[in-house]
Design a protein. Structure first.
Length: 89
C-alpha cells in the first residue's frame, strides 16, 4: 500500500507511514488534535442534548429525570471528545 502523503510504500499492517511520520510540526499536531476534540465534543453534546430533551419530553420533569437528561448531555460530550480525538489520529 502507498502513503497518501508522501507516496512511499508502507507495509500493509503499519499503523502509520514510517517515512513521513515526523513531518508534522508539534504545534500543528496540537492544533489539529484540539480542533478534532472540539468538533467531536460539540457534535456529541448536540446529540446528547437531543437525547436529554427527548427523555425530558417523554417522561416530564419527574423526580430524577433532570439528572438523567443532564447525564446524557455529559456522556455525549465525553463520547464525542474521545471519538473525535481517536478519529484524528
Amino acid at each position: 500500500m502507498r502513503c497518501p502523503k508522501c507516496g512511499n510504500d508502507v507495509p500493509a499492517d503499519a499503523l502509520y507511514c514510517p517515512h513521513c511520520v515526523g513531518d508534522e510540526a508539534p504545534a500543528e499536531r496540537t492544533r489539529r488534535l484540539r480542533a478534532a476534540g472540539l468538533r467531536g465534543g460539540v457534535f456529541g453534546g448536540v446529540l446528547g442534548a437531543f437525547g436529554g430533551a427527548l427523555v425530558w419530553w417523554l417522561m416530564g420533569p419527574q423526580r430524577g429525570v433532570p439528572g438523567i437528561a443532564l447525564s446524557l448531555v455529559f456522556a455525549g460530550v465525553a463520547t464525542g471528545l474521545v471519538l473525535g480525538l481517536a478519529r484524528s489520529r
